[in-house]
Structures are given as structure tokens and as C-alpha cells.
Write a protein that binds this ligand. Structure first.
Ligand SMILES: [Zn+2]
Length: 279
């Protein structure tokens, strides 16, 4: 595991509402790490008591490493920390009010903490990384049917992270990303529409199989005995065990364990992959 020293400010201003706390300044320590899957992570900790993975700097492809550490720091973990925030947030750059899921919290030495919409955030990252040909595109939601004929509305979010550009597709429940979620990563100087069409094909493949079936004894694993899903944070369990998303539905660790018990005595293979990879 590689590690970088950072030049980020040793003080961090926590916004009001962030983890339900009032605005205040705290002393923090920053660490940049490359994990086993080649993702660059930025860790922030306060006197050993708290630790957050604030930024996911994307892959270290060899072409570039993490963007200038004194530059932008983004948070992709807003979903866990937006409790109490309104469903729309005003961008501190263009002043537009956008859905909160479209906001990236950014801290830089020059501007301090700011909430930026995806478009403004991408513009700043493109300028920092000399990506003069990158053009942000706002994609409209699309409706796609799963293998049972049920339709799902997918919204899109585009994030530039230096060596790549990620497009996320997600459903909304109570105005928050939930249900089915997919991601694709491409060349930031490539064609975003072509990347979107590859993402839609990936969504279609994801919707073409159901992994769980309804049964008289409760929900069970389907006969093909393969389960694909996402590993999420279970607020009710304080994050001690995951909340899985399978077939676009939240499944508690306990419920999944109950389903596995119908295979007592069998063996299994667990394979973990990055969100952008094909399962
Ligand atoms: Zn903006």
C-alpha cells in the first residue's frame, strides 16, 4: 500500500448539520493511500477519535496519481452525513439550487470549505488537471424495465477525478440515491455520450436477472444460486454490519444470513469488486 504526504490544511471546518453537529473547527491529520484495488483514498482523522474516508481520488492508472493534494478534496460519502440537510443545496460557485446528491463538499487552501454542484466541481478539476477538452454534460433521467417488466427511473451524476471520469446511475427514494446503483469509469477526454450508452447497457445487464425470489417461507436466493449486490452502510446497526442492496432492495445482514441458512452445509465463493467493474 502506497502512502503520500499531503499539504492540506491541518484545520477542518465542519459544517453545521454535518453529523448533526454545530459548525466548528477541528485539528485533523490527512493521509493519502492507495488501496489494494488501486483506488486512491484520502483519510482524515481527529486526535485518533474519529476517522473518515473523505475522498475517493479514483484509480491510480499510472498516467497520473492523486490530483494535487493541495488542490481539491471531495467527499463522495455525503449520503452518510447529510442527516438534517435539506433535499436541495445551493452551489457556492454558480449559486444554483441543486439536489443535495449533486453536491460535492470541497476543501481547498485557497477557498476553504465549499459546496459545489457537479458541474462547477468538474470545471475546477478539469482546470487543475489541464483537461481543456473536458465538457460537463447534464444527462436527463431514463426509464428502464427489469426482467419482470417493472420500470426503474435512473438519474445520473458525472464526476471528474483527474485520471478518469465516473458516471453514476441511481434510483431515488425520498429524493436520495437508493435502490439500483451502477457506475462506469472512462477517459476524461473521451466521448461522454458513448460512456453513457455503455453505462445504460451495463444497467440493462444488471436488470436482466433477479437474484432473490419470493417464497412461502420468505425471500430466498434464486435457483441459479448467484447473488450480486452492493455493500452499504446500515445506519440502524451503526455500520457494524452491512446493509446489502440486492435486486435494488435493501437487505439486512440478518435477513441475508437467514436466506443462506437454506444452504446449510454447502460452500460458497465471495468475490468483491469495485462498483465500476462488471459483476
Ligand atoms: Zn455550481
Amino acid at each position: 500500500m502506497r502512502e503520500w504526504r499531503t499539504a492540506l490544511a491541518p484545520k477542518l471546518v465542519l459544517a453545521a448539520g454535518d453529523r448533526n453537529e454545530a459548525a466548528r473547527s477541528v485539528d485533523v491529520t490527512w493521509r493519502c493511500l492507495e488501496n489494494r484495488r488501486g483506488r486512491v483514498l484520502v483519510h482524515c482523522s481527529t486526535s485518533g477519535r474519529r476517522k473518515w474516508n473523505l475522498a475517493e481520488g479514483g484509480r491510480s492508472t499510472g498516467r497520473r496519481r492523486i490530483p494535487d493534494p493541495s488542490g481539491l478534496l471531495s467527499s463522495n460519502k455525503m449520503k452518510k452525513r447529510v442527516v438534517g440537510q435539506s433535499e436541495r443545496t445551493r452551489c457556492n460557485s454558480c449559486d444554483r439550487s441543486v439536489p443535495s446528491y449533486d453536491i460535492v463538499n470541497v476543501t481547498s487552501q485557497e477557498h476553504g470549505g465549499r459546496a459545489l454542484c457537479s458541474e462547477c466541481y468538474n470545471k475546477e478539476v478539469a482546470a487543475l488537471d489541464d483537461l481543456s477538452t473536458f465538457e460537463h454534460v447534464r444527462f436527463e433521467p431514463v426509464m428502464l424495465a427489469d426482467c419482470t417488466g417493472a420500470t426503474h427511473e435512473f438519474h445520473f451524476r458525472t464526476r471528474l477525478f483527474g485520471p478518469g471520469v465516473a458516471i453514476d446511475a441511481f434510483e431515488l427514494i425520498n429524493n436520495h440515491p437508493a435502490g439500483y446503483e451502477f457506475e462506469i469509469i472512462g477517459d476524461p477526454e473521451g466521448d461522454l455520450l458513448e460512456l453513457l450508452s455503455r453505462l445504460i447497457e451495463k444497467i440493462r445487464r444488471g436488470l436482466s436477472t433477479k437474484h432473490l425470489i419470493d417464497h412461502d417461507l420468505g425471500r430466498q436466493i434464486a435457483d441459479h444460486q448467484i447473488v450480486r449486490g452492493d455493500i452499504g452502510w446500515d445506519e440502524a446497526e451503526g455500520g457494524s454490519v452491512p446493509l446489502l442492496t440486492i435486486d435494488g432492495q435493501g437487505i439486512t445482514w440478518r435477513e441475508f444470513g437467514r436466506m443462506l441458512m437454506s444452504f446449510e452445509g454447502w460452500q460458497f465463493k465471495l468475490e468483491i469488486k469495485d462498483k465500476s467493474e462488471e459483476l
